[in-house]
Design a protein around this ligand. Structure first.
Ligand code: UDP
Length: 324
């Protein structure tokens, strides 16, 4: 049985990946500082160690004790907007945390690293759909922090034999029966729209309707969190390294997301146009052929309606989100 360490396993994508690793017979240890993650999202089948990647000694102790065969690393700050107000906190947590983790891995003889990266490392793309060969010019401190990690890991690959895989996510969404998207404060479109349907908010604000898209709102590629999680498990296979874009290859505008949520929930979901949010490119759509060919990745949730339906089911089951 393969032993996997999941850093950030109490977060949205990390908790779902942990659940699926356990389902598929892996032995999992989660490390999370619970600063942004939720204790109750932890899979009880996984061992849990509360630890902070910024604490170098702690990372060395944990890695030498657990001795995993691979590390899947989700632990990071993720809000683009926040990164533009406190950029250095992002470099401290995302970059120096990752540095500690990878040094501790190498000291413990662990080479395989699956890393949560992002389409935000590309910035505004000059080509749609986006493949992995696009130049990376991040437009936020968040995107930059992830790109620095990719570069750092690539040097560790060249010199120390690290085996890194960079999974560049598009818009993670949807839920499993027990685990869904919950952030505090919430800033993501789908959970916010569903909070309106739950009566927790009066309306959804559409951040700009003057983008260069058919209805003027931004187009994003929404990918189900279970499909994303499965890509991490496929990437554990020996011999896999390099970067993979993970999306559905289909774009939906903010207005289309709201309209689909109206259909799924039966709620009118009032919407009001507000000014643009800084740093939002018009369109981000993935070309994920490489993941399909090399990883054998085959996303199951290709319809936005099914993705929103799964999120809605979770929101109805857990109307207050995670208790702790
Ligand atoms: N968005 C919006 N209203 C909101 C939250 C988000 O119009 O209350 C838009 C946002 O500007 C972006 C899209 O919805 O174009 C997806 O945003 P989200 O924050 O969910 O994900 P991101 O694309 O930033 O990763």
């Amino acid at each position: 049985m393969k032993k996997i360490l999941v850093a950030g396993g109490a977060g949205y994508i990390g908790s779902v990946t942990t659940e699926m690793l356990c389902d598929q017979g892996y032995k999992v240890t989660v490390v999370d500082n619970l600063e942004r993650g939720f204790r109750s999202s932890l899979d009880p089948r996984a061992e849990f160690i509360q630890g902070d990647l910024r604490n170098r000694q702690e990372m060395f102790d944990i890695l030498s004790e657990v001795k995993p065969q691979a590390v899947i690393h989700f632990a990071a700050y993720i809000e683009v907007g926040e990164s533009m107000t406190v950029p250095l906190a992002f470099f401290e947590n995302n970059v120096s945390g990752s540095l500690n983790l990878v040094e501790a891995m190498l000291a413990a003889g662990c080479k395989k690293l699956i890393f949560s990266s992002t389409c935000a490392t590309y910035g505004t793309p000059d080509k749609i759909p986006m493949d992995e060969s696009l130049p990376q010019h991040p437009e936020s401190a968040y995107g930059e922090s992830k790109l620095i990690c990719e570069k750092m890991f690539t040097w560790a690959q060249k010199i120390h034999g690290l085996e890194p895989v960079f999974l560049r996510y598009f818009n993670a969404s949807g839920a499993t029966e027990e685990r869904g998207e919950s952030h505090n404060p919430e800033t993501h479109l789908i959970p916010l729209v569903l909070q309106v349907a739950q009566g927790k908010r009066d309306k959804i604000f559409l951040f700009g309707d003057d983008y260069l898209t058919p209805d003027g709102t931004c187009i994003r590629d929404y990918i189900h969190v279970k499909d994303l999680a499965q890509a991490h498990i496929l990437a554990l296979k020996e011999g896999i390294s390099g970067a993979f874009n993970l999306g559905n290859g289909k774009g939906f505008s903010v207005k289309e997301v709201v309209e689909t949520a109206r259909k799924v929930t039966g709620h009118p979901i009032p919407a009001e146009v507000k000014e643009r949010r800084p740093g939002d490119p018009d369109q981000l759509i993935s070309k994920s052929d490489k993941a399909m060919e090399v990883l054998g990745w085959n996303p199951q949730y290709t319809e936005l309606e099914d993705i929103i339906q799964s999120a809605w089911k979770w929101h109805q089951k857990y109307p207050e989100g995670y208790p702790e």
